[in-house]
Design a protein. Structure first.
Length: 80
């Protein structure tokens, strides 16, 4: 059950990042999607979704690697 919950928690940011890429692609090709009245708004929402989705994954991986001791000393938490 815990693995399924972890999968769902990681699936949401992946879908968000995918939607961000789709919004950016549609803006690049000049296709306006219905909830957005302007291209610039669609582009900004796409950038935000992409950054939040990838940022969540990056933070998750950094935290997991810190627990397992597989990162460089400069990225370790605490005093140096």
């Amino acid at each position: 059950m815990a693995r399924l919950l972890a999968f769902i928690v990681l699936l949401i940011p992946a879908l968000m990042a995918g939607a961000g890429i789709k919004f950016l692609r549609d803006t690049l090709f000049g296709k306006l999607i219905s909830p957005f009245p302007w291209f610039w708004l669609q582009f900004v929402v796409g950038i935000v979704f992409l950054i939040l989705g990838l940022g969540f994954f990056a933070g998750y991986l950094l935290n997991k690697d810190r627990k397992n001791g597989r990162i460089a000393p400069k990225y370790q938490k605490g005093p140096k």
